[in-house]
Design a protein around this ligand. Structure first.
Ligand SMILES: *[C@@H]1O[C@H](CO)[C@@H](O)[C@H](O)[C@H]1NC(C)=O
Ligand SMILES: *[C@@H]1O[C@H](CO)[C@@H](O)[C@H](O)[C@H]1NC(C)=O
Ligand SMILES: *[C@@H]1O[C@H](CO)[C@@H](O)[C@H](O)[C@H]1NC(C)=O
Ligand SMILES: *[C@@H]1O[C@H](CO)[C@@H](O)[C@H](O)[C@H]1NC(C)=O
Ligand SMILES: *[C@@H]1O[C@H](CO)[C@@H](O)[C@H](O)[C@H]1NC(C)=O
Ligand SMILES: *[C@@H]1O[C@H](CO)[C@@H](O)[C@H](O)[C@H]1NC(C)=O
Ligand SMILES: *[C@@H]1O[C@H](CO)[C@@H](O)[C@H](O)[C@H]1NC(C)=O
Ligand SMILES: *[C@@H]1O[C@H](CO)[C@@H](O)[C@H](O)[C@H]1NC(C)=O
Length: 380
């Protein structure tokens, strides 16, 4: 029997909305409903940008629910324990040139069982951070609920080496164009380079190489998230940049983080309850959930040798199951082939996407039941 190298790319994104969640009756009713304030601004002023406080209050209006947390940890532990091929790799210390924290993901998930949080947001963000620490761009924990708004101060940055010193400069500022190309010496009173470097190390998750993460932290076009464009609630409502333009004296520019979103999202809710039903938990709420199609990304063709194998040995290929334009399961001799057609199935609603998952799980089960000894995952 030939020896085949087995490549594996693991892709999943688990949305918290797959969990069922009901707002507990005994839960303290928030004094102010940030989601309702957002709706009001949208209706009365036709605004699509909102204050930091409104969005923070909206996101944080859902109390922590131990049951949801426990189910989430169960799901993640099963998924990771069953399917994450890099579980052992993640425990190894970084090779020279890489910078990340080695971790035992299953053990870390276990620690969450005893943690308590004020809100569902805090819990979700903590889990997102845990997965970010893997620095594995193909393994993320995402939340439909808490990535609706984008925080932005209308300023973007770049970095240059100037007289042997790496500096941060203003790439664009749509509020005050005269700031463009000025040096950013400090951010909130600390060395600008250091602040962005630390942000890159901590919050950017696309690469195990810190240099690459630093570039991504400054590249506001890359995945539309960077130091300047945030999805997570920034630590405070504003940020102060200290600028130095053409050898003039330094001066401070204080900016608020404004939160932007799109009308189609704003049309879906008028208070925190409807926000939850229609955005966080579309299965329970409106059937018109956020389309997964706009997120549809073409996956890079990583390798095509499996197709070669399939073609050559066509006679011995058994089709186990085809999950529409998403994942296909085959058996060839004593190994199984899982062909992942796309990272984002071609469905028009989140409901349809979620409906595909049981079929995928069934495909894996059927493959296992054929008695295969190895699996090749083919990322088309
Ligand atoms: C929305 O954006 C406008 C223009 O960019 C700005 O003047 C206003 O302060 C912003 N509103 C909020 C609530 O952030
Ligand atoms: C990057 O973060 C890790 C922790 O995740 C830390 O161990 C490491 O020292 C940091 N690297 C730098 C250069 O700050
Ligand atoms: C959780 O707490 C219980 C008792 O409070 C303790 O027995 C258990 O070891 C803790 N588990 C973890 C994973 O820390
Ligand atoms: C981590 O990476 C994924 C893409 O692999 C992205 O969707 C996610 O938002 C990233 N998280 C952060 C905090 O940048
Ligand atoms: C800066 O932003 C403005 C407004 O969005 C845009 O027209 C301009 O092209 C941008 N400049 C650069 C260098 O990207
Ligand atoms: C700030 O950026 C947003 C998003 O690009 C834009 O809609 C808004 O007009 C900008 N504000 C100003 C004052 O340029
Ligand atoms: C809010 O939206 C719900 C449907 O999502 C509707 O039943 C309710 O009447 C609306 N309330 C207000 C004040 O508009
Ligand atoms: C997605 O589905 C639509 C309608 O079924 C079809 O027209 C389109 O070609 C499909 N796209 C891909 C990438 O398969």
């Amino acid at each position: 029997m030939n020896f085949f190298e087995v490549f594996f790319a693991f892709l999943f994104s688990l949305v918290l909305n797959a969990q069922s969640y009901t707002i507990s009756q005994e839960a303290p009713v928030p004094v102010t409903d940030g989601c309702a304030r957002i709706h009001n601004e949208f209706i009365t002023k036709q605004k699509t940008n909102f204050s930091y406080t409104d969005v923070k209050d909206c996101y944080q209006s859902y109390p922590f629910d131990k049951d949801v947390a426990s189910k989430t940890i169960d799901t993640l532990t099963d998924l990771i324990g069953g399917f994450y091929s890099f579980l052992d790799k993640a425990k190894e210390p970084p090779q020279p040139g890489f910078d990340f924290r080695p971790m035992d993901l299953i053990a870390e998930l276990k620690l969450f069982r005893n943690k308590s949080y004020a809100t569902l947001y805090d819990f979700t963000i903590d889990i997102i951070h845990l997965f970010n620490d893997l620095k594995d761009a193909h393994t993320i924990f995402a939340s439909n609920c808490f990535e609706t708004f984008v925080f932005y101060t209308n300023m973007t940055f770049y970095s240059v080496v100037d007289n042997g010193m790496q500096k941060i400069k203003v790439f664009n500022d749509t509020i005050d164009r005269s700031n463009i190309d000025c040096e950013v010496t400090h951010i909130d009173g600390q060395q600008a380079f250091q602040i962005i470097y630390e942000y890159a190390n901590k919050s950017v998750n696309w690469s195990r190489d810190l240099g690459v993460r630093f570039n991504i932290a400054l590249d506001h076009t890359y995945a539309k998230r960077s130091f300047a464009i945030r999805y997570e609630i920034p630590e405070k409502p504003d940020i102060t940049y200290t600028l130095k333009c053409d050898n003039t004296n330094e001066f401070n520019v204080k900016r608020n983080w404004n939160a932007f979103t799109i009308r189609s999202v704003l049309n879906k809710f008028n208070d925190s309850k409807s926000y939850f039903d229609n955005i966080c938990n579309p299965i329970k709420g409106s059937k018109q959930s956020v389309s997964s199609n706009h997120k549809h990304r073409k996956v890079t063709k990583i390798f095509d040798n499996v197709d070669g194998i399939l073609a050559k040995q066509d006679q011995s290929v058994t089709t186990i199951r085809i999950v529409d334009q998403f994942v296909e399961f085959y058996k060839v001799q004593d190994f199984g082939v899982v062909k992942i057609i796309t990272e984002q199935p071609n469905t028009s609603t989140t409901d349809e996407t979620i409906a595909m998952f049981p079929k995928v799980i069934q495909g894996f089960k059927e493959l296992v039941n054929t008695g295969i000894k190895k699996v090749i995952d083919d990322l088309v």
